[in-house]
Design a protein around this ligand. Structure first.
Ligand code: ARG
Length: 567
């Protein structure tokens, strides 16, 4: 149980014993000078029980059994409780031999649906957020003991592929033409627009492909494999945990689509409209006030994006036995998911215990506040973006660490450059748009990757300078100085923050925590001499430093960001 839950459970037991059962509403204190945590629930409990809030608060304190966890519990204002954690408790929780995290008591099976590029095109900045945020969430859930099933629902089916394969035929099926997928796609769509014969050939190719024609399938497969290889290179370069095994493409559901539509029919959910088969849900209306239907099959028999998602829900519920499914896509797909989830529920595809959660995110904007584009107005390819990140970071590393060998500089630049891009994205509340800004993300001040990596490297340098081996330290740090204590209070919150991150699908909570931790460490480092302190004080401070390093390293690791020993 994390500390916040522990406090809440004990306060709620006390409220109940006072005859005023209510949620304790515990949170980290907004005014640290009064305590580490505060509980705001007593006032509402008093209102409900028609009691005097301050008197009830006093009685709660009387009955509260916190063992030695709290040093003081004080009543403040109209009936808040301010709780100060005891030194013994902090020390126990910070034992260096103990694992940093507790596993969930009831582990869940969680499908994380992320990245999911459309394979007709090369990966570009539009795929960055889903890939990075989804990956971080998968890691956080796993660290808490949940069973994570990564699903890369790539778009590998549909009419564009007819066009691409027809073009591949034209250029003589030369695979090298696919080195630049983006240019290939542009050329194919230009041919499609300008040449009727080509357009007809493209349509014929779609029919052949959908009809299961062997030759068309072989060409398609080759195209898809090349495109997937290209994605995999980016995944590896970004340091994500996505592997070829995690691909569960749209086409994988092809032979379950007819059955899915039949199931909707059977439940009486289908209506025919202009030859298309649709589900009308009265709660989803367009701007004109008319109901926006969920189309599951077009008049020509083709299935749609929503049909595949419905089939995928059945698969995830039945075969994967998921407890939760998290979808990371941009917020323009919000209506799609609301509709699909509602249809799934009405059709009985969604078991009662299954949580389907769309985790939308905003757009990445350029410095001008408009969607992020190249100077020429084209899409920014991810590989090009990551090249730039490493170049910017290398300049920085050369300036700050001229003494490092060029190999070390290159490695530091890689970690810093990629880490900065990822962290800049993860640190923002995902639901907002954000401006992509090299200077901000590479700054050594503020909520940035360099700031955290620098704090980590400082601790490593401390151990190097002292000729000390952090692994030789064991036992628990005992915070005594107020600045040590402030650091310790943050350190013990890791579990609570990760649980909140896992529940909300918001990695910026973890980033904000790590930034707070690095800031508290910096203050501690400046105010509390370490290597020059008397030996027992020094030992203790080194333990706190080591616990900070562990927490930073694993927190960054959960965000998919490496650390460096020197910076
Ligand atoms: N391929 C889609 C796109 O590029 C995203 C798929 C998201 N996942 C899903 N199950 N619909 O927009």
């Amino acid at each position: 149980m994390n500390l916040k839950q522990l406090l809440a459970a004990r306060i709620e037991a006390a409220l109940e014993a006072c005859g005023a059962p209510a949620p304790a509403l515990v949170k980290p204190a907004s005014r640290p000078e009064f305590g580490d945590y505060q509980a705001d629930g007593v006032m509402a409990a008093a209102r409900a029980a028609k009691a005097n809030p301050r008197a009830l608060a006093a009685e709660v304190v009387q009955r509260l059994e916190l063992g030695d966890a709290a040093e003081t519990v004080a009543v403040a204002g109209p009936g808040f409780l301010n709780i100060r954690i005891s030194r013994q408790f902090l020390a126990r929780r910070l034992h260096l031999d103990a694992p940093l995290l507790e596993k969930a008591a009831a582990p869940q099976r969680v499908v994380v649906d992320y990245s999911c590029p459309n394979l007709a095109k090369e990966m570009h900045v539009g795929h960055l957020r889903s890939t990075i945020i989804g990956d971080a969430m998968a890691r956080v859930l796993e660290a808490l003991g949940h069973q994570v099933i990564r699903q890369n629902h790539v778009g590998d089916w549909g009419t564009q592929f007819g066009m691409l394969l027809a073009h591949l035929d034209e250029v003589g099926g030369d695979v090298r033409a696919l080195d630049d997928l983006e240019a290939f796609y542009r050329a194919a769509s230009q041919r499609f627009r300008e040449d009727q014969a080509f357009a007809a050939a493209s349509r014929a190719m779609v029919v052949a492909l959908q009809g299961g024609d062997a030759e068309a399938r072989t060409k398609w497969r080759r195209f898809i494999d090349i495109s997937l290889d290209h994605c995999q290179q980016i995944y590896d370069r970004l340091g994500t945990g996505l592997k070829p095994d995690h691909v569960m493409a749209e086409s994988a559901y092809n032979d379950r689509l007819a059955d899915t539509v039949a199931a909707l029919e059977q439940r009486g959910l289908l209506t025919e409209s202009e030859g298309a088969r649709c589900v009308f849900l009265p709660q989803f209306t367009g701007k004109d006030g008319r109901v926006t239907p969920v189309i599951v099959q077009k008049s020509d028999g083709a299935y749609l994006y929503a049909t595949t998602d419905l089939a995928a829900i059945r698969h995830r519920a039945e075969a994967l036995r998921a407890d939760r499914v998290l979808y990371f896509t941009d917020s323009r797909q919000t209506l799609h998911f609301q509709q699909v989830f509602t249809v799934a529920e009405r059709a009985g595809f969604k078991p009662a215990g299954l949580r389907l959660e769309h985790m939308p995110f905003g757009a990445m904007l350029g410095p001008n506040g408009k969607p992020f584009k190249t100077r020429q107005g084209g899409v920014v390819k991810l590989n090009a973006l990551l090249d730039q990140a490493e170049t910017h970071a290398l300049a920085l590393v050369r300036e700050k660490n001229p003494e490092l060998s060029s190999d070390e500089q290159a490695e530091a630049a890689r970690v810093l450059g990629i880490g900065a891009v990822k962290y800049a994205d993860l640190a923002k509340n995902r639901t907002n748009d954000y401006v992509f800004d090299w200077d901000l993300m590479l700054a050594f001040e503020g909520n940035t990757a360099p700031y955290l990596l620098y704090a980590y490297a400082r601790i490593q340098s401390l151990f190097r300078r002292g000729g000390l081996d952090p692994a030789a330290l064991s036992d628990q740090p005992e915070p005594r100085h107020p600045t040590e204590r402030a650091l310790a209070v943050v350190l013990v919150r890791l579990q609570e923050v990760l649980e909140q991150t896992a529940e909300s699908g918001c990695p910026h909570l973890l980033c904000a925590y790590l930034h707070d931790l690095a800031a508290k460490f910096t203050k501690f480092y400046e105010e509390c001499p370490i290597l020059t302190a008397p030996s027992h004080v020094k030992e203790n401070r080194l333990r706190l430093a080591e616990q900070t390093a562990r927490t930073l390293r694993s927190g960054l690791g959960l965000l998919g960001i490496d650390v460096v020993q020197r910076m």
